[in-house]
Design a protein around this ligand. Sequence first.
Ligand SMILES: Cc1cc2nc3c(=O)[nH]c(=O)nc-3n(C[C@H](O)[C@H](O)[C@H](O)COP(=O)(O)OP(=O)(O)OC[C@H]3O[C@@H](n4cnc5c(N)ncnc54)[C@H](O)[C@@H]3O)c2cc1C
Length: 494
Amino acid sequence: MILETSVAIVGSGMGGSTTAYGLAKAGIDCIVIERGDYVKKEDANWSAREIFINQKYKPNEKWLDQNGKEFTPGLHYIVGGNTKVYGASLPRFRESDFAQIQHKEGISPAWPFTYNDLEPYYCAAEQLYKVHGTTGEDPTEPKRSKPFPYPPLAHEPYIANLLERLKKAGVKPHSNSMGVDLASDGACIRCGTCDGFICKLDAKSDAQTCALNPAIKTGHVKLERNLKVTKVVTNGRRVEYLLAERDGVEVKIYAKKYVLSLGAVNTAALLLRSGQVANSSGLVGKNFMMHNNAHIAAFDARKTNDVTFQKTLSFSDWYFDGGNGYPLGSVQLIGKVQGIMMKSYVTKAPLPVLNYIANRSVEFVVMNEDLPSLNNRVEITKSGGIQIFRKALNTSAHKEMMRKTKRVLRKAGFQGIFVQPFDISMNSHQCGTSVAGVDPKKSVVDQYCKSHDLDNLYLIDGGFFPSSAAMNPALTIAAQALRVVDKSDLKEVN
Ligand SMILES: Cc1cc2nc3c(=O)[nH]c(=O)nc-3n(C[C@H](O)[C@H](O)[C@H](O)COP(=O)(O)OP(=O)(O)OC[C@H]3O[C@@H](n4cnc5c(N)ncnc54)[C@H](O)[C@@H]3O)c2cc1C
């Protein structure tokens, strides 16, 4: 079977769907090729047991860690990719994240473009993904040329009280930048099954709902589901076609331009498996990053947490300087954790005990910047599988941040603090594996995500990040996708 189009986009997650949206608006025909299917609307979408214990929407796929131990990656092979389950926390990176920064354990390198270059596209991405937020609360917020398109999500009483407790403890809490459809006629009902779950109401700003569906409606975009791309075939400085497979049938995809948005690890894996495609730099798969993160449950026996939609507040006081002259990161509320969700980590604890804790706890993610290293990398095993070599870097900054966060939470009156450090399977913020840069010897793609080696290949997903910053990645991927469509020659297909 043969498919032909102007632009072939592989992957329907944040990078792929947003690129398709931008191209569709510019009147360019594309095919989005997605290995997964639409997620069914079913009870399991909102079932903590199905999602966190039975891992219903995770792929039946194992990767190896650096010791050869199998793990299930933090991925979702479905239309919309990881954004179908993501927490829709959509902050911008800070201006300084685009410049070289000295961290305690090394250097966070500069990007080949600046915050100002991306700023108009952050505005466009915030509009597209219905981002709610406000200015004037966060001392680290970057400059913006337009206000947030939607007002901040109101804090429920427990969180409003938490805000006062945190202020008294010495930090400056601020509203989260959140992508949900909560306008006056919006579909969001502020339920407790948003972060980590699939939205049955299409009210979470995922890539399918906000970008792919409207792109398809223009008539310029076709979606090919259950079609897995297996090889990129090149001829000289051009991609000639893609090989894909559906139900044992081989499909060849011909296009004038090709965009790979399989997610940072899978894009690198496809290029490596295809015979080191786009890899004259030797950097495809290298510099794998995923943040240094931990979940914290702060427990107060005296106060029931009756919140439904918890993820409305963060504090970023130590983002630029944790007190020792080095940046630390951000502390953000996450969706309200249920006892059964805690069981996926503390497997032996009885459920009633976990429910007791969850009813009296409030949960955060503590997020620190990871640093790029050639040793942290994606490799293809002899049997064709994926192996991730990673030794976490900048961990002293993470430890310092955890100490400071715990101190603040204790001061705010929490008596117990439970910690779940992220392991390699929690790699949903993966990035860095096809780094963008100016010098073809030191980078895989240019500032517009175009391959240095191939004239019709673009890599638009978390892979292009030269550094991970200490903020959630999805809005930056979306903004860059819109910038690539606007500024690069991707649209030139005649
Ligand atoms: C539980 C969870 C919570 C998260 N919360 C947040 C958050 O609050 N804020 C935030 O910014 N980020 C969050 N993230 C991370 C965010 O979802 C990712 O950063 C983002 O989706 C990455 O976009 P991407 O385009 O790189 O990849 P993805 O969105 O993962 O898309 C990749 C797509 O490629 C498809 N694909 C892969 N291989 C092939 C192939 N061979 N052929 C065809 N198709 C293929 C996949 O099926 C998938 O649809 C979260 C992630 C998870 C898992």
